[in-house]
Design a protein around this ligand. Structure first.
Ligand code: C2O
Ligand code: CU
Length: 473
């Protein structure tokens, strides 16, 4: 792995010559990350391009946005420029970040107005696979294309297998709701039917912005796949057959390696997998997604390259220990509970919204169909407060008829129990899928003061009531 990404190298060179010319050095003018209207070839060749909203660093915008890559402990610095027709902000999903850099508008910063800029400048402390995305009207802005991968490399290179090179590929999965002419379906961003069911589901699944692209893989090599689900609503149950896939990290955090022929990646979740590329692919070998009702769709076409090699499937070593593991002390935790209610089939009883107690119909007129603890979009005050140094034991009960991908900003947490049974894997995550009628218990230690959002990452659910925040003091 390299120490400096190409972009940093180029910036460094530019700043050197700027310095010689007596102009301000790089330190005072970070590269510009821009959000603007663009076009992308999402549908297969032969179809029209799609008008999207896209991020760019230099040159044209792309969907997904440009991959941002730093080493753990390095700074991420961008002047963000909003060239969109509406206010926006950039959230750095999963990063243990300074609160005022978190991008959760309007909680921790004012949204950046059209034509405005905002300087993001923070340290990315922990290695892993992360992503960045718009965080204002995200149910519209992310669905229009505003997301991209953020890769934080380990400071010590990971030799996944002695003597064999380990390549890596970032695969950003997305789901688009397109018209026949390939344009994005407009004007139903707050559609209550979709919002009260599984969310705004798409009709075209893409990998790195293309429908069923070709992934070249070299025979006999070991490849690390960094898979990111950037979809606004679609849970991606993946099947990887004939590739000897093993899971090595979830949401950026190492797990002890385990088989991953089937893996479910909910919106905003990430999974790092290792595959050993065989010499021949069997007919069914490939990566598939269950697009509903057990209809498995091939996500990409694998093209084998290189000559016959003699690598065979071997053990996968765990990733290096994360320098700052998630610690907690369950002997005397602060206990909190979040009860999720509402949605189609079950509905909402009397619920608070903006300080008023309202019935289901009045709530629906205001676009609210979900609630946490009998309040829809509780943004006026924190749902709980946690002192730094104190362990939080949070129980999340899903009393709705739909699964929810629950995300906490600024923190990773350990999943300690499901339905009252302690979870042997104790996976550490920043987004956990809580299934229908399921209760999930998580733990974390307060260590990063500030106001942190807690919401469902099915973004139409967030829009329609599943949004709150907690304060760490
Ligand atoms: Cu990735 Cu508040 O979200
Ligand atoms: Cu949800």
């Amino acid at each position: 792995m390299h120490t400096l990404s190409r972009r940093r190298f180029l910036s460094g060179t530019a700043s050197l010559s700027a310095g010689l010319l007596g102009l301000p050095a790089f330190a005072s003018s970070p590269p510009v990350l821009r959000a603007a209207a663009s076009r992308a070839q999402l549908a297969p060749e032969g179809y029209a391009t799609t008008p999207v909203w896209a991020y760019s660093v230099e040159g044209a915008g792309s969907v997904p946005g440009p991959e941002i890559r730093v080493r753990a402990g390095e700074a991420v610095r961008y002047r963000f420029a909003n060239d969109l027709p509406e206010p926006t902000a950039v959230h750095w999903h999963g990063i243990r970040i300074r609160n005022d850099m978190d991008g959760a508008a309007p909680l921790v910063q004012a949204p950046v107005m059209p034509g405005g800029t905002f300087d993001y400048d923070y340290i990315a402390p922990d290695p892993g696979t992360y992503w960045y995305h718009a965080h204002n009207r995200s149910w519209e802005q992310v669905a229009r294309g505003l997301s991209g991968p953020l890769i934080v490399e380990d400071t010590s290179p990971w030799a996944g297998l002695d003597g064999a090179a380990t390549h890596e590929e970032t695969l950003v999965l997305d789901d688009w709701l397109l018209e026949q002419d390939a344009s994005i379906v407009e004007g139903r961003w707050d559609d209550l039917h979709a919002a009260s069911h599984g969310g705004r589901m798409g009709n075209l699944i893409t990998v790195n912005g293309r429908a069923q692209p070709v992934l070249p893989l070299e025979r006999g090599t070991r490849v690390r796949l960094r898979i990111i689900n950037a979809a606004t609503a679609r849970i991606m149950p993946l099947a990887l057959s004939g590739l000897a896939a093993r899971l090595i990290a979830l949401d950026g955090y190492p797990v002890s390696p385990r088989d991953a022929e089937q893996i479910v990646i909910a919106p905003a979740q990430r999974a790092d997998l290792v595959i050993d590329v065989p010499n021949e692919l069997t007919d069914e070998a490939g990566i598939y997604v269950d697009a509903g009702r057990q209809r498995f769709v091939r996500l990409l076409d694998i093209a084998l390259t290189g000559g016959i090699a003699d690598l065979h499937v071997r053990d996968v070593r765990p990733l290096p220990e994360w320098a700052s593991p998630v610690t907690f002390d369950l002997s005397d935790p602060q206990r909190e509970t979040i009860v999720m209610e509402g949605g189609a089939m079950r509905g909402l009883g009397e619920t608070y919204f903006e300080g008023e107690l309202l019935g289901g119909r009045a709530l629906a007129r205001r676009g609210m169909v979900w609630a946490f603890n009998e309040a829809a979009n509780r943004m006026d005050r924190p749902i709980f407060e946690l002192p730094t140094g104190r362990t939080l034991h949070l129980t999340m009960q899903n009393r709705t008829a739909f699964p929810h991908a629950m995300h906490l900003h600024g923190y990773h947490f350990a999943v300690i129990a499901r339905n009252g049974q302690s979870d042997p894997d104790r996976d550490v995550r920043d987004t956990v899928l809580v299934n229908v009628n399921e209760t999930v218990e998580i733990a974390l230690m307060g260590q990063n003061p500030g106001d942190w959002m807690l919401h469902c990452h099915m973004l139409s659910h967030q829009a329609a009531g599943m949004m709150a925040w907690f304060r760490v003091v």
